[in-house]
Design a protein around this ligand. Structure first.
Ligand code: NAP
Ligand code: MG
Length: 398
């Protein structure tokens, strides 16, 4: 069989610990036998980030702007313990944060649904993708403890010095106060990322805020989404047979719990933080959750939602057997390869991505899985495979 060719590279961001081990196995057993893999390789492993003063992370993000598609392995975000472990020059920032700051955009998290790993919510049949706005609100808030009686106001000083004031509260005793903000431009790119991703994946978009109470702040989110939808997306959505739906956040939560899934739930920063953990844990496992950063300029970076699985790596280093789930990392690759295929008109590559995903799901549904899934599956007497055996079992089906 001739190998599938790739005209344009994808940006490959290698990473750390157990996921770095899986990365190599996935390439060797599942990709390279079938594809003439064309990647521009960046080693985001912590040692190499340290050697390059983290320049490699910046370079990999800039390369993503050039080639539009990247696939990323999980990476260590250094903390005090890692400073000693890796003898670091500096406590380098989170690579994901650095990449997101360069590419801008929204992170979409979607569970991989398989028979035998049943969601806790019985009605959920299809994945629910959470799109979390990653800028502002309480995450960039400023707060004060109000010690006693007094007046708190919001003050806006325009460039020409004129001031507008709004009373927050006339305190007659101690209390607390918080100021937060967002930027129209950021909300606009959030909206476009959601609408573009919906067209990409042929799914409806649900968006919800508390605009009945927050008549200026949340209402602005609602208005910006609607204006962009009407001006740029209405025709495209109709042609694709999908819809944009706005409701109140409490109504959205009630509907989500009763829904079948199969849509994108766009969330403000805080809602997304909270709801993504609820949705992902209810779907079964962090190891079955994919993540893609979609920039408003049409750049895509695919990865698994989980970390480097440090505990398993230390076992691996001691020569012990591991049973680490590679599904989300495999789906990061298939996501990137399919997108590459789509942008380049490379049908073979897109079909390969579909086949690899199917082989992965079929393997689990046939009862062959890693330990994390064996513990929660409804399939009777599953076969527990180690990290390598699981990937080989997928290769056999592929
Ligand atoms: P983690 O790697 O997500 O793992 C936490 C625990 O979840 C594991 O110990 C394991 O539980 C389970 N788990 C996660 N993924 C699994 C998989 N694929 N297969 C089987 N079990 C899995 O989080 P962490 O251990 O807290 O963080 C490790 C490193 O990852 C940190 O340095 C952190 O900075 C980094 N991190 C990176 C990213 C990213 O690059 N996107 C995201 C999060 C964290 P058991 O041990 O009980 O089996
Ligand atoms: Mg959270």
């Amino acid at each position: 069989m001739a190998k599938i060719k790739m005209a344009t590279p994808i940006v490959e961001m290698d990473g750390d610990e157990m996921t770095r081990i899986l990365w190599k196995m996935i390439k060797e057993d599942l990709l390279e036998p079938y594809i003439e893999l064309n990647t521009e390789y960046y080693d985001l492993g912590l040692e190499h980030r340290n050697e390059t003063d983290d320049q490699v992370t910046i370079d990999s993000a800039l390369a993503t702007k050039k080639y539009k598609v990247a696939v990323k392995c999980a990476t260590i975000t250094p903390n005090a313990a890692r400073m000693d472990e890796y003898d670091l020059k500096e406590m380098w920032k989170s690579p994901n944060g650095t990449i997101r700051a360069i590419l801008d955009g929204t992170v979409f998290r979607a569970p991989i649904v398989v028979k035998g790993i049943e969601p806790n919510v019985k009605s959920w049949k299809k994945p629910i993708t959470i799109a979390r706005h990653a800028y502002g609100d309480v995450y960039k808030g400023s707060e004060m403890k109000v010690p006693g009686a007094g007046k708190v106001e919001l003050v806006y000083t325009a460039a020409d010095g004129t001031q507008t004031k709004e009373l927050v509260h006339e305190f007659d005793g101690p209390g607390i106060v918080q100021g937060m903000h967002n930027i129209n431009k950021s909300i606009e790119s959030f909206a476009r990322s959601c609408f573009n991703y919906a067209l990409d994946t042929k799914q409806d978009v649900w968006f919800a805020t508390k605009d009945t109470i927050s008549k200026k702040y949340d209402h602005t989110f609602k208005d910006i989404f609607q204006a962009i939808y009407d001006a740029e997306y209405d025709d495209k959505f109709k042609a694709a047979g999908i819809e944009y739906f706005y409701t109140l956040i409490d109504d959205a939560v009630a509907r989500v719990m009763k829904s079948e899934g199969g849509y994108i739930w766009a969330c403000k920063n805080y809602d997304g933080d909270v709801m993504s953990d609820m949705v992902s844990s209810a779907f079964g496992s962090l190891a079955m959750m994919t993540s893609v950063l979609v920039s408003p300029d049409g750049y895509y970076e695919y990865e698994a939602a989980h970390g480097t699985v440090q505990r398993h790596y230390y076992k691996h280093l001691k020569g012990e057997e591991t049973s680490t789930n590679s599904v989300a990392t495999i789906f990061a690759w298939t996501g990137a390869l399919r997108k590459r295929g789509e942008l380049d008109g490379n049908k073979e590559l897109m079909e390969f991505a579909d086949k690899l995903e199917k082989a992965t799901i079929d393997t689990i549904e046939a009862g062959e899985m890693t330990k994390d899934l064996a513990l929660i599956t409804t399939i009777e007497n599953p076969t527990v495979l180690n990290s390598e055996e699981f990937i080989k079992a997928i290769a056999t089906r592929l």
